[in-house]
Design a protein around this ligand. Sequence first.
Ligand code: HEC
Length: 205
Amino acid sequence: MSIISEHALRRAKHAMRWVAVAAAAGLVVGCATATSGNGATRNDMATGAAGGPFNFGTTPTAADLAHDFSYPADGRGLPPGSGTYAQGKVVYETTCQACHGDHLQGGVGDRLIGGRGTLASGAPVKTVESYWPYATTFFDYVKRAMPFTAPGSLTDDQVYAVTAYVLAEANIVGKDATMNAQTLPQVKMPNRDGFVTRDPRPDVP
Ligand code: HEC
């Protein structure tokens, strides 16, 4: 219960941060061309400092924006760093195992491996191994959302490492594989071709 409410609180805080960031970005765009009555450019608004008409929000710093990432399937923009199976085993045991089980069989959190080929069987076992089409989005998801109680707390090296560990335990890569921005997009997930390619939205051609 406390896990859930803590998570909800964290999400609410995150959403509020977004409002502040979006507001600041809006001010920057909105003010780029705005001139006051006497023709002076109102760049002061872009600083987010007191004195702008709305007097709220702050200009996102480079450090703030560094948190706003999402890596697409092809891995564009993946961060530097790398990780191995052995390093990932340590990350898994200390930050994932309590919820996902000592054999990645699940518990409080989802089962992560096994179930390959079961999706259309009538008794689907939905896991990273059976379901996820891209390794890059696994990295993205873990970096942003896990561990459940402290999302964003892992370093990029740790996320690469735990990715190497989970993918090797799923027999998708070897235990000697190193995961980094170059190798990760090359991983072919077992269910890569299991998704319909046509966009299901009727209004999208
Ligand atoms: C406190 C418990 C907890 C911890 C610790 C935790 N997870 Fe999770 N994990 C969850 C829960 C709960 C979900 C389901 C979230 C949802 O459906 O929104 C989940 C979902 C996932 C999924 C998606 C599974 C799927 O098939 O869709 C992955 C992958 C994952 N976790 C990886 C990790 C990794 C890697 C770590 C360690 C770095 C970790 N988790 C740590 C609770 C946890």
